[in-house]
Write a protein that binds this ligand. Sequence first.
Ligand code: PMV
Length: 390
Amino acid sequence: MGHAPLGVSTVTATHPSMGDIGPITPHTARATAHPNIALVKYWGKRNADLVLPATGSLSLTLDIYPTDTVVSPDPSLTSDIFTLNGEPVPGTPTQRVSAFLDLVRKRSVEQGSGQEKPELPHMYARVNSINSVPTGAGLASSASGFAALATAASKAYGLPGDPRSLSRLARRGSGSATRSILGNLVIWHPGDGDDEHADLTSYAESVPGPDLAMVICVVSGAQKAVSSRVAMADTIRTSPFFGGWVTSTQRDLVYMQQALAAGDYTRVGEITESNALRMHAAINGNRPPVRYLAPTSVAIFDAIAQLRNDGLEVYGTADAGPNVVALCQAKDLDATHAALHERFPDLELIPARAGSGAHLTPVGETSENEQNSAHEGQPAQAHDAANRQE
Ligand code: PMV
């Protein structure tokens, strides 16, 4: 790629929590996004290149652990540079970020947004990302990570910033990132028609529903033996249960939308738990088999069922890992947290409420991560997300 000098002076910035984020260029943009947990899961791609899912899915964006990302296109760079939590990340993560930026630059050329600034789509970028997920929390950073990157990179390279465009773009980085573009309850449409039309129609949208909350039960933060990307592809190829998973999830999605619209929390919870366990059953059917749930995970599902018997309406779900997420009504969050703590005093439990969608932040503003750490009276901490990362 050729790099025409911008002819505009740049300043080198030291960000309080990001360290040296390099020169802030005229096109620097910054965005924040939160993780989400699906109530109706996404498991399986019908087109891996375009990241078109086998079914639609539906999730709750949380108010915890935002990812804060700064993208600075810079004519002096000869490759993209990606730092996570202040450290350069060689290998696959940088390749994924760079491949994603290639897509952004390609769209920037196609959409003519480079015409006023013809050099912009040909510039490599410096990408600095802070992920506040504590070590061992076992939470995905790919959803919040690619949602923040899509939002900041779209602004930096002059692409449209509406939720539909951003969610379609984020989808290409990581499927679940599609849903983190929006806050609270979000549906990701599978898209219909041929691949080109499906690409246009596979996007995320907000859906109304009751006020929900979650308690994340951290069973293990260890890197999982089989990544979700590999296990997902293997389920399609080798699990005899994949067909049943697809047809039942299509039904679940319809019933889930009806239950949310009716404010029928009991139905929402029942669908959430059975959909998650069916996803795990489909994964268990892989050859060679993959089993993400650990004995403690199963014990938590049992305890959740017991809590329901005792009158506290809690339901369980779990992504591609051993951590179990307890779903409850927002009014029951403290009671749910306390009841789980009583039964599992040694487990880390993370309460979360509905959070906001991805949004741009002024480059010099104090981020949510910094505000949170200021509240805790300690320096900003940033850690690698371990478990659900692909
Ligand atoms: O976005 P990916 O490729 O990391 O896939 C995530 C899949 C699950 O987390 C297991 C389910 C979901 O819908 O988030």
